[in-house]
Design a protein around this ligand. Structure first.
Ligand code: CMP
Length: 135
């Protein structure tokens, strides 16, 4: 199996992170396994995790309606960690799912140390905002 940092290197969010830093990141992010049907974030509730999908798929629902499917290399859980508010959507594993996770208290310092990640994060946030506005 590929090294964790090789896998993380293929995640677009981390494409600007240098190999040495990716290695450190691989150590900071722990493997999180979910079974098909597991609810990982629940809309309106609080949450402490940020997740990058390594294998499998998940659906994102808002107000009971599926708005997106997420797969390998994509991430979720950033919104509640940025504003410490409730989860904006429910994310359910639509297959067995292997993720790498980071806690809220690890996420902020990591993003602050890596402006290239902050920008990539903003790009995805804007894309999600536009999709939510268009829905
Ligand atoms: P958060 O609000 O912390 O928890 C639910 C997550 O679902 C949210 O962070 C985003 O990562 C993700 N999410 C919310 N809305 C969308 C969307 N329109 N498209 C893709 N992902 C979304």
């Amino acid at each position: 199996m590929a090294d964790v940092d090789d896998t993380l290197g293929r995640v677009p969010l981390f494409s600007g992170v240098k190999p040495k830093e990716l290695k450190k990141l691989g150590k900071r992010m722990t493997e999180r396994l979910f079974s098909e049907g597991d609810t990982i974030t629940a809309e309106g509730e609080s949450g402490l995790g940020f997740f990058v999908i390594e294998e499998g798929n998940a659906t994102v629902s808002r107000n009971g309606r599926i708005v997106r499917s997420l797969g390998p290399g994509e991430f979720f859980g950033e919104i509640a960690l940025i504003d410490q508010g409730p989860r904006s959507a429910t994310v359910v594993a639509s297959t067995d799912l292997r993720c790498r996770g980071m806690t809220a208290w690890e996420f902020k310092p990591f993003v602050e140390e890596h402006p290239e990640v902050a920008w990539a994060l903003m790009e995805t946030l804007v894309e999600r905002l536009r999709a939510a506005e268009a829905a």
